[in-house]
Design a protein around this ligand. Structure first.
Ligand code: MRU
Length: 356
């Protein structure tokens, strides 16, 4: 997708260095950052310079590459793998990508290991792009159906950023939107601001603006009234972990949007590549929900009149705050899952039909 008219991916590998777009500086500054060590990769994931389930998976895969460049030794590789997996707890993609890399590299002799690791990390990225593109084509049919009935702009609400910035390209929730736009279907996006880190306002709106797609930022509490007023035709969100029973764990606040959608008969879809399916965990209560520093609530960041990025405190020091980063939307509130293999019911039967 484009930034200032130039095509980018969110991550690439060049001269033994991993290149990322530092998402903590967007939308105010576009900075490409170099990661040269596994520690830097872990740090980029923890501080959310890279974020979004598929992208942190890809970064972890490249983290394994960096660990081999640093120190081509099995003990160091195992330690790096475990540091990368634990850098953020909720998105299953981290473990999925690291396990895939480690499996691919087991038993490989030390002369060949780097080349094989680079190829596998690249394969993970290429696969993600292909899957996200297919998600777009499968989700496009849903938007097309609404447009064919309505014959007017399709209003889609999304939460957080499940856009191309959260993946390698295309995005998951935004991929059907990009495909609809390319096909000439008029679309307008309601972008939930997504407190406290404002991924909707800072990233979703930004990437849609760069692609020329109409969007409006709303506070996280506005979706309900828009649905009551008939101003939302469809919700599409992403996921960090999808259980085999169809329950979906995504950015905090997703659950409340699903409840409002149910109450107002608004279709609520979740878009996902198969790398975010957790086939093992059976009960959503067993999903580790990330709790981040309460500073993310009490301090807000923005740009001042001189163009400097500044943080200001909005709560008194004495106030305590709780910062849970994800919640679970039970399958019963989900109209369907949009995957690379097609759209299915959010249920064990639905998922197993597609992913035998
Ligand atoms: O905390 P973040 O910004 O990493 O959370 C991202 C989300 O919740 C996305 O919706 C999810 O990772 C899906 S990305 C295609």
């Amino acid at each position: 997708m484009k930034i200032e008219g130039k095509e980018y991916r969110t991550i690439w590998f060049q001269n033994n260095t991993v290149k990322i777009i530092d998402q903590t500086k967007l939308p105010h500054k576009f900075i490409i950052k170099d990661l040269k060590t596994v520690k830097e990769a872990v740090n980029a994931i923890k501080t959310m310079e890279v974020r979004g389930a598929p992208l942190i998976g890809a970064t972890a895969a490249y983290g394994i590459v960096l660990s081999i460049i640093e120190n081509n030794d099995q003990t160091f590789l195992q330690k790096s793998a475990s540091d990368l997996i634990s850098s953020r707890p909720t998105a299953i993609n981290l473990k999925w990508a690291v396990d895939r890399m480690v499996k691919k590299l087991s038993g490989v002799n030390s002369e060949k290991i780097l080349e094989i690791a680079i190829n596998e990390a690249q394969k993970i990225c290429e696969e993600d792009i292909k899957f996200c593109e297919k998600i777009g084509l499968n989700g496009l049919k849903i938007i097309e159906n609404i447009y064919n009935k309505k014959k007017d702009t399709v209003n889609i609400l999304t939460h957080c950023n499940a856009g191309w910035l959260a993946t390698i390209n295309w995005g998951t929730a935004t991929s059907p939107v990009y495909h609809a736009h390319k096909k000439g279907i008029p679309v307008h996006i309601w972008a939930d601001e997504t407190r406290p880190r404002n991924q909707g306002a800072n990233l979703t709106s930004y990437e849609l603006n760069e692609e020329g797609i109409k969007n409006t930022i709303i506070t996280d509490n506005t979706g309900g009234i828009l649905m009551q007023r008939g101003q939302v035709d469809l919700c599409i969100v992403g996921t960090d972990r999808t259980l085999s029973n169809g329950d979906v764990c995504n950015k905090i606040g997703t659950y409340l949007k699903a409840l409002a959608a149910k109450d107002n008969n608004v279709p609520f879809y979740v878009a996902l590549p198969s790398s975010t399916i957790d086939w093992k965990t059976k009960n959503s209560k067993d999903i580790p929900i990330e709790e981040r520093n309460s500073d993310e609530l009490s301090k807000v960041e923005g740009i001042d009149e001189d163009g400097n990025i500044k943080k200001v405190q909005i709560y008194p020091n004495k106030s305590s705050a709780l910062n849970l980063a994800f919640d679970v939307t039970p399958a019963k509130y989900i109209t369907g899952l949009i995957t690379e293999k097609g759209v299915c019911e959010a249920s064990e039967k639905g998922l197993k039909n597609l992913f035998k």
